[in-house]
Design a protein around this ligand. Structure first.
Ligand SMILES: [Zn+2]
Ligand SMILES: [Zn+2]
Length: 450
């Protein structure tokens, strides 16, 4: 196999891998880097000769995997795009939202090249999408050669898949973003355990040790108790979430908590994209063995859309639970604006339920001590930290030890480290030192012969 990581910044961001196996050329994912805008946020598609791909695989619909797929597909119009049925449904809503965000960025950040693609590109992409059932191999033939491709349920988020590629010569497994634990709405991954030649593994949590007392279940209990306490003392709770996956998971968790009276009944406010995706989750779950979800949850908890015009720093009009994106409280998003209104009141809580990159406002808030000033630079607002700030370890990614055990079971000859910051990859490199496998931490844009 030949492998090239086309994410120019390394780490997690504009995910896109170019692979060659048994004479077939294919790309896995094509994302946008969340910290950049415009062409800087793209993978290096220029490394792929135009219309040279035999196919493209999309593992799931988070934008760091999906966001630039319309461009890669436009440059490779003969390549079918293989994905799960769930991803074929979710990608439509995520990509049309991505166009709206890019149009807004064009105005706010003055980047004339935005949006990077339009509605026409989306229609062309959808016509190239070929949904595959999970765990059902597909054989592709070309010039007397063949390659077998299987999407394996990956847990991480609705529609997420790992990928098995098999030829006469070799067998490879790409984890994609992977979670073994069952979530409230989604079954965990059970990857095939046949030995492989090449393992490409995500390493997201490589630098994060899980505190043994903070298993997922305890974290949910603790989160509910903290929301309950906040509401009882008259405050509001802000839960910054990804609109895709984490928001729907939290809706179901809150519904259970209201039913058990663990949280007093208050309004739950949600941002628009997350509420729209609820309908998509509902559709997908009708045909799914792994996703359990009904749109009824919105009615049951009386969810309502977030008020349209949020005023930075202005006291909230209503007590409630605010379940809004972005998960890392990125500038100009509803969670960022709401935090500016809630931070100065000691009855409120801001509760993170996923990973926050240290360079994002969410990451910065998590390291600010109570009583210190916090700067909302993008809206020129400063507030003292009086609200309760907490983070709960409900990650959508496997613990690092679980991924090591997977690597052990698959007995690969080569392990490629992927989808992780440098510190996370280093932990894996050290921890895998005693294994027989050749370990590769690929430099961006360098091609490895395996
Ligand atoms: Zn993801
Ligand atoms: Zn990812």
């Amino acid at each position: 196999m030949r492998f090239t990581d086309l994410n120019p910044h390394g780490g997690i961001g504009a995910n896109c891998c170019l692979c060659e196996s048994n004479g077939f050329r294919f790309a896995i994912d094509s994302g946008l880097h969340p910290k950049f805008a415009g062409s800087e946020s793209l993978p290096k598609h220029g490394e792929i000769e135009r219309n040279s791909l035999d196919f493209i695989v999309l593992t799931h619909c988070h934008l760091d995997h999906l966001g630039s797929l319309p461009l890669l597909s436009r440059q490779n119009p003969d390549a079918p795009v293989f994905l799960t049925y769930g991803s074929s449904v979710l990608s439509r809503r995520m990509l049309s939202n991505s166009i709206s965000v890019m149009k807004r960025q064009r105005r706010e950040l003055n980047i004339p090249e935005l949006p990077l693609y339009g509605r026409g590109d989306l229609s062309s992409l959808y016509s190239r999408m070929k949904p595959l059932s999970s765990e059902s191999p597909l054989t592709i033939e070309k010039e007397g050669r063949s390659l077998e491709l299987t999407l394996n349920h990956a847990g991480h988020v609705a529609g997420a898949a790992s990928l098995t590629i098999k030829s006469k010569e070799e067998r490879s497994f790409f984890t994609g973003d992977l979670l073994f634990n069952d979530q409230r709405t989604l079954a965990g991954a059970k990857p095939p355990l046949e030995p492989v030649d090449v393992l490409v593994t995500e390493t997201t949590r490589g630098a994060t040790a899980r505190d043994p007392s903070r298993q997922r279940e305890n974290e949910v209990v603790d989160l509910i108790a903290t929301i309950g306490k906040t509401i009882r003392k008259g405050g509001s709770a802000l839960i910054p979430v990804f609109a895709l996956g984490r928001m729907q998971e939290m809706l179901v968790t809150l519904e259970e908590a209201f039913r058990r009276k663990a949280i007093p009944k208050v309004p739950v406010f949600c941002s628009g994209l997350g509420m729209d995706l609820v309908n998509h989750f509902h559709e997908i779950s009708k045909n799914s063995k792994t996703l359990r979800f009904s749109r009824k949850v919105l009615k049951l908890i009386g969810a309502r859309p977030l008020p349209r015009k949020l005023q930075p720093g202005r006291e909230l009009a209503m007590q409630g639970i605010y379940l809004v994106s972005s998960g890392m409280m990125v500038e100009h998003t509803p969670s960022y604006i709401l935090a500016s209104s809630m931070l100065g009141n000691d009855r409120n809580s801001i509760l993170f339920v996923g990973y926050c990159d240290p360079s994002t406002p969410g990451g910065a808030l998590l390291t600010t001590q109570p009583g210190q000033d916090f700067e909302f630079e993008a809206i020129q607002w400063r507030e003292k930290v009086r609200a309760r700030i907490r983070q709960f370890d409900l990650s959508g990614h496997a613990d690092r030890e679980e991924l090591l055990r997977l690597a052990e079971k698959l007995c690969p000859k080569t392990i490629i480290l992927h989808h992780g910051d440098p510190a996370a990859r280093s932990w894996f490199e050290e921890s895998l030192q005693d294994s027989e496998a050749r370990i590769i931490d690929p430099e961006p844009l360098k091609t490895y012969e395996i």
